[in-house]
Structures are given as structure tokens and as C-alpha cells.
Design a binder for this molecule. Structure first.
Ligand code: AMP
Ligand code: MG
Length: 342
């Protein structure tokens, strides 16, 4: 299959030919990747079972992992779901459009493979101008998981999408690097108290300020519990080489690096700017000054280290507050939960 590639060169998104062409493809049941403020999404008409099936095929995604339906606004969201608790109004007001996915009772408008047969559906209103324009142009709910091959880190640039999916999908809209860099927060809003199923772009602290109380799925802390969000059971976000998280002093980190080098391994280091300069590894990637920059750059870093350049990645443990919760959730998955502590 030939993959169309549209590079958006300016901010003129109204009457944009590329967006119109991409929207037409989506309306015709084809699969197109596009930028959102979290990561690139792989979109298809959420009401068309065959179109949605193409997403699963292109990604190699397990059929039991439901997709998020993307809509342009609250009115479109209401068309896909049943009644919701009052706090959802406050969350919509505070965080939409934005990186928050609402799990609500499905009213059956979307195809059954979007929800993987569940009675609930995940719905999100993305804020990225390209995503917004595309959703308005096609006037459809668009099912869109991250636009990567299943098992790989999510794509934060169109190049990442191209590397994974060129020849497997109908098009890629290149709108530059995404902002947040990690996926949306998934929040179960089917009960009296909201429950975070996946930490992401909107933090627990931000949600608490709006709802007063919010719970987190116990499976996020305890591996033996079955996660309520089916996707959380998979070890995705994984780089091509093993990754170890070191929660300890600089001395401890250097010891680990040196120990690995002594066994003949080439070591790649991923850490915040101020730590990278103080350690000696074979290759190093500085993620940034603060947790937001670290989140934005993490997936690119995980993709950059390949088997050809390093044998193991050593990564700093970041504070699990704010967006750091999502960063550490993804890192722990990439590390199969191995954290070395002092
Ligand atoms: P992705 O689109 O790759 O970011 O993955 C979407 C995430 O949302 C996965 O972890 C899914 O399991 C989760 N998700 C989507 N719909 C639902 C739902 N109805 N109930 C629980 N989790 C969901
Ligand atoms: Mg994904």
C-alpha cells in the first residue's frame, strides 16, 4: 500500500488541502495518522467496523485492547455515550479540549471493535489544531490509538510514524512534534468517584482540584491486580534494548554503568540535563530540565537507542508527582518493573 505523506508547512489549517484529503480518506474507510497534543494517533471512522479493523491490522494490536474515540467537542461526545455523573461536567469544563480520556457507558454508536466488546467507551476531545480541524472536516468520531507498531514506544514525530507504518496505512499528516509527549490520562467516570486507569497528560493533582477526590486503579501500583484498562496489561513503550531504572545516588548510577561496561556492554544513559553531565556512559541523552520536558522527550530517547548502538539503557528514576507519575508508569513498563534502589 502506498502511504500518502502530507507535510503541513504553515499554520493555515482552514481550507487546507492536505486536511481535506486526509478527511476524505477517513470518510472512505481508510486509516490515516495525524498529530494530537499527546502523541500521533492512527485514525479510522469509529462507526465503521471494517475501517477500525484496519487499525488493528496495521499496528498488530491485540483485539482485546479497546480504542479511544476522538471527537471535536462536547456535543459530539454526548452522541456516543449514556448519562454521566455530575463531576464529568466539571472535568469537561476544566480539561477539554485536552489530554483526558473519559471512560463512560457506550450507547453503541461506535463499532464493537472500538470498545473491544466492553459496555463502556473511552472518548477524548483533543486540543491539537490539526486534530481539531481534521475532526471537524470529517464530521465523524475517529477511533485513534497511538500510531506505532504495537509494542514500540508511541510516536511523538511523524518520522516515528513513518518508520513504523510506512506502507501499512493510507496516510500520515505531519504537523511537527507533539507537545505533551505521553498519552492521555484515562479516567473511569462510570462510578460515583472517578478512577484513574492510566496516568497521562492531565495529572492526578489537577483532577483532584476539580473533583475533590479521585482514586487510582490499584493495578497501577500492584502488578498482580488485573488492570481495568485492558491496554495497561501489555508491556509496551519498550525500547529495543533492556532498560534499567536506577533510583539512587549519582555514585550508585555510575557504579551500575561502570559495572555494565566491564562486562563488555555498551551503555546508553537517559537522564535529566543536570545528571547527564555528571556521569560517564558510552552514549547519553539529556531529556530536559523539568518533568514536562522529560515527558516530551522520553519516547524519542527510547527510540533513539537501538541494539546497534547500545546493549543496555540505564535511566534515572524521576519523582512520581505531577506528570512524573505518567513518566514513571511508562518507564516501569519499559523496564518490566525493574527498579534498582539504594
Ligand atoms: P492507546 O490508544 O494506545 O493510547 O490506548 C488506549 C488506552 O485506553 C488503552 O490502555 C485502553 O485499554 C484504554 N481504554 C480505551 N477504552 C477503554 C474502556 N472502555 N475502558 C477502559 N480502558 C479503555
Ligand atoms: Mg498506544
Amino acid at each position: 500500500m502506498e502511504t500518502n505523506y502530507w507535510k503541513l508547512t504553515n499554520n493555515q489549517l482552514k481550507d487546507c488541502e492536505a486536511i481535506d484529503e486526509a478527511a476524505t480518506m477517513l470518510i472512505n474507510g481508510e486509516v490515516v495518522a495525524f498529530p494530537t497534543e499527546t502523541v500521533y494517533g492512527l485514525g479510522a471512522n469509529a462507526t465503521d467496523h471494517d475501517a477500525v479493523n484496519k487499525i488493528f491490522q496495521a499496528k498488530g494490536r491485540p483485539q482485546d485492547n479497546p480504542l479511544i474515540a476522538h471527537v471535536s467537542d462536547r456535543v459530539q461526545m454526548e452522541k456516543l455515550v449514556g448519562p454521566w455523573p455530575g463531576y464529568v461536567d466539571n472535568l469537561i469544563e476544566a480539561f477539554t479540549p485536552g489530554p483526558l480520556t473519559f471512560v463512560l457507558p457506550s450507547n453503541g454508536i461506535c463499532a464493537t471493535n472500538v470498545t473491544a466488546g466492553l459496555s463502556t467507551i473511552g472518548v477524548r476531545i483533543p486540543s491539537h489544531p490539526v486534530a481539531q480541524q481534521l475532526l471537524k472536516a470529517c464530521q465523524l468520531p475517529i477511533a485513534a490509538p497511538s500510531a506505532n507498531l504495537s509494542g514500540k514506544p508511541s510516536p511523538t514525530t511523524a518520522n516515528h510514524v513513518f518508520a513504523d507504518l510506512n506502507g501499512r496505512i493510507s496516510g500520515i499528516v505531519d504537523g511537527g512534534p507533539t507537545g505533551v509527549g505521553l498519552e492521555s490520562t484515562v479516567i473511569d467516570c462510570t462510578q460515583e468517584i472517578p478512577v484513574i486507569l492510566r496516568p497521562g497528560g492531565i495529572t492526578q493533582e489537577q483532577i483532584e482540584k476539580v473533583t475533590g477526590v479521585v482514586m487510582t486503579d490499584p493495578a497501577l501500583a500492584n502488578q498482580s491486580d488485573k488492570p481495568k484498562s485492558p491496554g495497561m496489561k501489555y508491556r509496551h513503550y519498550s525500547p529495543e534494548v533492556p532498560l534499567w531504572i536506577i533510583d539512587g545516588s549519582l555514585k550508585r548510577m555510575q557504579q551500575e554503568i561502570t559495572g555494565q561496561k566491564e562486562t563488555g556492554n555498551r551503555v546508553g544513559l537517559i537522564a535529566s540535563n543536570h545528571i547527564v553531565d555528571k556521569l560517564v556512559a558510552d552514549e547519553a541523552i539529556a531529556l530536559g530540565e523539568n518533568l514536562s520536558e522529560i515527558a516530551a522527550n522520553l519516547y524519542h530517547a527510547l527510540r533513539t537507542f537501538k541494539q546497534s548502538n547500545v546493549d543496555i539503557i540505564i535511566c534515572e528514576a524521576f519523582p512520581e508527582k505531577g506528570i512524573g507519575q505518567a513518566v514513571m508508569n511508562r518507564l516501569k513498563k519499559a523496564a518490566s518493573n525493574y527498579i534498582y534502589r539504594d
